[in-house]
Design a protein around this ligand. Structure first.
Ligand SMILES: NC(=O)c1ccc[n+]([C@@H]2O[C@H](COP(=O)([O-])OP(=O)(O)OC[C@H]3O[C@@H](n4cnc5c(N)ncnc54)[C@H](O)[C@@H]3O)[C@@H](O)[C@H]2O)c1
Length: 292
């Protein structure tokens, strides 16, 4: 998709970080924007900032874990702008719960992280893609994944992102099967300087507070994230990739060797590479580049 002006973008998780940076870039391209987020206060601020860029922007409060909320977001979007052209399933959370064995992690952490990162993406696709196919204008679906969806490790977050990547690859095939003019991309960044490490701020009230927080891991991750790429740089790269209809968007190159190693290990039919997050974070802090 190359012609953005006057078209409509819907972005989940748009009040902060990568989602907000995408909203800014799309607005600068002259698009109308629906910003969706669970955090009402920051969402209101984000909407007023985007409105000042001279485009029409609306905020809709949604919890992407809730399928009905995505259907409501869809209704509000078409009410405001009629046709939706770009859908960004971007809302995501990272748990800081940690254990030696992944089987020890609490059910509530699984429900929350898979609920937002996997089901949130699926519900977004289910709510919007039939409409995007029906109106027949050019469009694009962007799902924010992570390098954690390609590399081993990262516990529940990694599982949720691998699932979301597989879902997105199937979506891409489905869009081809029906010969649609809707492109698809997966955004798989390494570390980006956002508020992701404070994801617990949006943990639903009905799910018990995380009780296996690894505070050292959280502190290390927080330092590495601050040295990561800026969300605006990620958004610039993403918009160019959408224009060129590239599916895999990997803004960080410093971990390419680890990706290659993963597939080598699979083809060597032996064992996965070790992925101890704490060691990786320490190494990243010591290294010249603070990006993963
Ligand atoms: N920051 C990184 O290093 C990094 C790296 C790879 C991938 N990602 C992915 O990027 C995406 C955006 O995260 P970010 O880094 O900008 O973090 P962020 O915390 O700054 O932004 C995430 C946004 O999602 C919203 N959100 C959380 N739960 C929600 C829910 N249930 N319903 C609706 N909105 C919800 C938050 O309120 C927030 O505004 C996520 O999918 C994340 O997994 C981030």
């Amino acid at each position: 998709m190359r012609d953005f002006k006057g078209k409509t973008a819907v972005i989940t998780g748009a009040a902060s970080g990568i989602g907000f940076a995408l909203a800014e870039k799309f607005a600068n391209e002259g698009m109308n924007i629906i910003l969706a987020d669970i955090e009402q206060g920051t969402l209101d601020i984000a909407v007023s900032k985007i409105s000042k860029l001279g485009v029409e922007a609306h905020g809709v409060t949604v919890d992407v874990m809730d399928k009905n909320a995505l259907n409501h977001l869809f209704d509000e979007s078409v009410k405001a702008f009629k046709n939706v052209h770009i859908l960004c399933n971007n809302a995501g959370v990272a748990s800081t719960a940690d254990a030696n064995g992944i089987w020890e992690l609490d059910e509530s952490d699984w429900e929350w992280v898979l609920g937002v990162n996997f089901y949130g993406t699926l519900y977004g696709m289910q709510a919007f893609i039939p409409h995007m196919l029906n109106h027949k204008e050019e469009g694009h679906v962007l799902n924010t994944i992570s390098l954690a969806g390609i590399l081993p490790g990262e516990a529940i977050y990694g599982v949720s992102k691998h699932a979301a990547l597989a879902l997105s690859e199937s979506m891409w095939q489905g869009l081809k099967n029906v010969k649609s003019n809707i492109g698809a991309s997966v955004l798989c960044p390494g570390f980006v300087n956002t508020n992701i490490i404070e994801s617990n701020r949006n943990r639903p009230d009905h799910l018990p507070t995380e009780n296996k927080t690894n505070f050292l891991l959280k502190k290390l991750a927080s330092s590495v994230l601050k040295r990561g790429k800026e969300p605006t740089e990620i958004a610039d790269i993403t918009i160019e990739a959408i224009k060129d209809n590239k599916f895999y968007i990997l803004p960080h190159t410093s971990y390419d060797e680890m990706i290659e190693e993963r597939y080598k290990r699979i083809l060597s039919r032996t064992e996965p590479q070790e992925a101890d997050m704490q060691e990786i974070l320490k190494g990243t802090l010591l290294g010249e580049k603070g990006e993963w």
